[in-house]
Design a protein around this ligand. Structure first.
Ligand SMILES: [Zn+2]
Length: 93
């Protein structure tokens, strides 16, 4: 949340009334903040998408990765990854 909407020329009680009106609007079913207003959750959504994409990318590369093949052979786990691709799949790179 930013304080950009605060208007210093308004008396305090007018600001409070505006906050209350905004809060009432938020409580209405189906009301969603516009993109760029509910900033944090929108950004979080984008990051989650990116992590999913990185995970898919890591598994795609792992199919042709020698250390990954070794990790699969050693662990007997078809989904085993080498350190690099494991980190990528977890979104650490
Ligand atoms: Zn690998």
């Amino acid at each position: 949340m930013s304080d950009d909407s605060r208007d210093p020329t308004l008396p305090h009680h007018a600001h409070q009334a505006r906050l209350a009106a905004a809060e009432a609007l938020r409580r209405k079913a189906g009301w969603q903040p516009r993109p760029g207003q509910g900033g944090a959750s929108h950004l979080e959504h984008l990051r989650a998408q990116e992590r999913r994409h990185q995970g898919q990318q890591a598994y795609a590369e792992a199919a042709f990765c020698q250390p990954c093949a070794l990790a699969r052979a050693e662990s007997g786990d078809d989904s085993a990854l080498c350190q690099n691709h494991l980190a990528q799949a977890l979104g650490l790179r």
